[in-house]
Design a binder for this molecule. Structure first.
Ligand code: DGL
Length: 267
């Protein structure tokens, strides 16, 4: 039974690793964070595809049995590309998150917050239209969320993040969405802030949790049921010390252990 390869543009994908740890504690994971080239979310499609392909090829070298794209931006921009190049199944966050959102909405008004590249891709709109043509999607890019979260500005009572969140979320609240997709790795850390602003009646769909649930629902789980505790290897393309520090916040686990720097040969 092999490992699952999880990758992200940086460390945000650890929110997905955390969700996988919770649902599949026996699963071995190899995590790759492309910290040398983060952020991807403000870049153009061709560059994102090139970076994503390099990440995927590198992880495939570890003989992983499934690739999980934790990165919202890569999932929306490069999924088809990665499926073409990968001999093993590739799971992205979009479809699992859309299925949960379509299941959750009662008024058929779903909000999406994500990076600029994800919002521009309209991947969520297309996928939701394929699942339920009556559901309307209201998207809004939130480019300041990633740097604010990475600088520790995600806690309730922080005037900066609360002001920025109010500005980004106001149009979605005005649109009357009853379900909101958190389409970026960093946003689970903002659940408290977002929920306080949107109100308790709005269901938050965590794209990382959704892809972890999709993984847990696949054959991987059955094969893992009888195994001992899983291990996770953390690989980054730059600045392993900073990754180690921030990882504790993203994983909500102070014992991340060794972080290895790797050269994926593309930089
Ligand atoms: N991981 C990215 C995402 O989920 C956020 C950070 C970035 O822009 O690279 O879209």
């Amino acid at each position: 039974m092999g490992s699952v390869g999880v990758f992200d543009s940086g460390l945000g994908g650890l929110t997905t690793v955390r969700a996988i740890h919770r649902l599949l504690p026996f699963q071995d994971i190899i995590y790759l964070g492309d910290t040398a080239r983060v952020p991807y979310g403000n870049r153009g499609c061709e560059v994102i595809k090139r970076f994503a392909s390099a990440n995927a090829r590198f992880l495939l070298g570890y003989k992983v049995e499934t690739l999980v794209i934790a990165c919202g931006t890569v999932s929306t921009v490069a999924l088809d590309e990665l499926r073409r190049l990968s001999p093993v199944p590739v799971l992205g966050v979009v479809e699992p998150a859309c299925r949960q959102a379509v299941g959750a909405t009662k008024n058929k008004r779903v909000g999406l917050i994500a990076t600029k590249a994800t919002a521009a891709s309209r991947a969520y709109e297309r996928t939701i239209a394929g699942l339920d043509a009556d559901v309307e999607v209201f998207g809004n890019p939130c480019p300041l969320f990633v740097p604010l979260v990475e600088n520790g500005r995600f806690r309730a009572g922080d005037a900066v993040i609360e002001t920025v969140a109010a500005e980004y979320l106001a149009p979605l609240k005005a649109a009357g969405v009853d379900t909101l997709i958190l389409g970026c790795t960093h946003y689970p850390l903002l659940k408290g802030i977002i929920s306080d602003y949107m109100g308790e009646g709005v269901a938050l769909i965590d794209a990382g949790e959704a892809v972890a649930a999709a993984l847990a629902g696949s054959a991987v789980r059955a094969a893992n049921e009888n195994r001992g505790g899983g291990t996770t290897r953390y690989l980054v393309t730059d600045d392993e010390d900073k990754f180690g520090e921030l990882a504790e916040i993203f994983l909500q686990n102070p014992t991340i252990g060794l972080v290895e720097r790797v050269d994926i040969g593309e930089i």
